[in-house]
Write a protein that binds this ligand. Structure first.
Ligand code: PRP
Ligand code: HPA
Length: 176
């Protein structure tokens, strides 16, 4: 596992001063240039879930980069994938919540009928920064009458202490 983690970390690319001065942008797309790195990511995530999460039945992905890993993981685990999207993109009845980002603000929505009440959800995203997105996703899922059993991210920016924004446990592959 350590070898796989090292390979993953080596392939996350850092861009200083993007999209704004003072931000070091961690880019996960290089991982997708090599399918064997995606094997590594899925191997570790499945290992983590198998050993640490007893009851889960739904994977929730956050737009947009949470849609890269979320569906792959849900497919492998044979559980439903449900998207949380930015406002105005999901048809039908939605539940919404406003949230702050590391560099801006936005609004998240989920289709009310897409999660069964009392589901045990795992939230998946590419990166945890301030934790604003994850916290809103947690609140949105609770509004739908479901539980969050874990938040999973590929990258955690530890100085920003995002995981303290919500009570549920966080698992991150790589920490910067
Ligand atoms: C980024 C990232 C996370 C979030 C993390 O998404 O993919 O979802 O910010 O930041 P936070 O912990 O401070 O909330 P962004 O909103 O930039 O959207 P994108 O994935 O569509 O590019
Ligand atoms: N990298 C990628 N996405 C992000 C970041 C970052 O540093 N901060 C917030 N979203």
């Amino acid at each position: 596992i350590q070898k796989r983690l090292d390979r993953i970390k080596m392939n996350v690319k850092s861009f200083p001063d993007f999209p704004k001065s003072g931000i070091i942008f961690r880019d996960i797309f290089p991982l997708f240039h090599d399918p064997s790195l995606i094997d590594d990511v899925l191997y570790i995530l499945k290992h983590h879930i198998k050993n640490n999460i007893k009851n889960y039945d739904t994977i929730i992905g956050l737009e947009s980069r949470g849609f890269l890993i979320g569906p792959l993981l849900a497919y492998e685990l044979r559980v439903p994938f449900v998207p949380i999207r930015k406002a105005g993109k999901l048809p039908g009845k939605v539940e919404s919540i406003a949230y702050e980002l590391e560099y801006g603000s936005d609004k998240f929505e989920i289709q009310i009928d897409s999660v069964k009440p009392n589901s045990n959800c795992i939230i998946v995203d590419d990166l945890l920064a301030t934790g604003g997105s994850a916290r809103s996703a947690v609140e949105l899922i609770r509004k739908c009458g479901s539980n969050i059993v874990n938040v999973i991210v590929l990258i955690e920016l530890i100085d920003l202490k995002g995981r303290l924004q919500y009570p549920e446990p966080t698992f991150s592959l790589v920490k910067f």
